[in-house]
Design a protein around this ligand. Sequence first.
Ligand code: GLN
Length: 487
Amino acid sequence: MLTDLTLTEARDRLRAGAFTALDLTRAYLDRIRAVDPQVRAFLLVTEEQALEAAQAADRRLAQGDDAPLLGIPLAIKDVLTTAGIPTTAGSRILEGFVPPYTATALERLFAAGAIMLGKTNTDEFAMGSSTENSGYCVTRNPWDLGRVPGGSSGGSAAAVAARMAPGALGTDTGGSVRQPAALCGVSAIKPSYGRVSRYGLIAFASSLDQIGAFGRTLADCAALLGVMAGHDPKDSTSVPDAPPDYTQALTGDVHGLRVGVPREFFIDGIEPDIERAVRAAIEQFAALGADVREISLPHTRYGIHVYYLIAPAEASANLARFDGVRYGPRARVEGMWPAYKVTRGQGFGPEVKRRIMLGTYALSAGYYDAYYLKAQKVRTLIRQDFEQAFREVDVILTPATPGTAFRIGEKIDDPLQMYLADIFTLTPSLAGVPAACVPCGFDANGLPVGLQIIGPAFDEATVLRAGDAYQRVTGWHTRRPQIAESS
Ligand code: GLN
């Protein structure tokens, strides 16, 4: 089946003429039709545009064009703007909004020949860890339809796991690429802050947001990142230096690689099956010749506190623009203030309102120094932990999450429990460093476990090399969930 090929395999066979981009795109659209009614990964399937783009890719292929992603279909998280195609950020407040421009990362993928299959579900404004905060639907975990796929990029992770796309884009502010990758058993990378342009990414927390890639292998993620990465004059936080060739970096060799295992990440509350699988993965790195040692990241335990001050503070400012005047639906009430109030009251869901209130409080006069400013100072300490650690090691290995996929409804009424799902992914985001997630085992219920691989700022190449080397000698990433197809 064409949908069983990895992105890299599909790309090579397309170039060799084994099948056409139209064949491949049709195969994925058929698969979406067959399994998405059960999984609900997509908010919108852009079938017509996808078929047109596939025909255009076939014309380019026929001319010998060797653009790196020519004819590759992708699923795109619905927080990335697409000109002429509705973009909701998972929020009712943007229902029917059609952006006038396309995110830079997507422009680059499309220029390289990629084809968009559709827009995937997300927690509203990327706030959440389960997609249950979506204003539209809950996505289901392809390994167990009664469980969440993680979030907020749960639609993209589930689409790749369920073979509805060979690769996908997500965004990660505190774990939203790595955590759903872990829960759905797929590979993913969140690059360093500044590596990929955020232009056209609907902002949640601007000092943390990054666009990341999902694939069935980390080599596939490298291919996507290589196209997206690089300076963009439209995002002043994107770094000017050119990214290296990530695919070239995948040598399969981790001999002598210095691997740090931070003791603060093996804590009470982590599920025993996760600890077992992650420890076995670390053993595997040692067997491949890596030099494994214990390290310390002493400020890890403050990550959650710092994140839940900084991210809501930035969100409260970023979300002020959604007032019913410039975007999305407007409540039909008299007067400016009542119209703002009712529009926002109806348009935002409960988690977004909670964050706006928390953030507004943390930034308000008299509290700013005690909360926001203090959080920024502790953020610096967290970043320094990583800088210190990366003087001694090349990569850091940790569990990606403390637990495997939880049941739909299990944590939705307990925000703190939900926030704890990201306890291992928050600190790399606060430090701005790159981090990948690769499948490294399964728990007793047959649910996937993820290994997080963290690298120094702007050294995605080493992270990708380490994860790829691991995948060359393990088979966890090749397992796939069984989902009944609807006829
Ligand atoms: N789950 C975290 C939150 O709710 C992280 C979300 C994200 O990375 N976008 O904020």
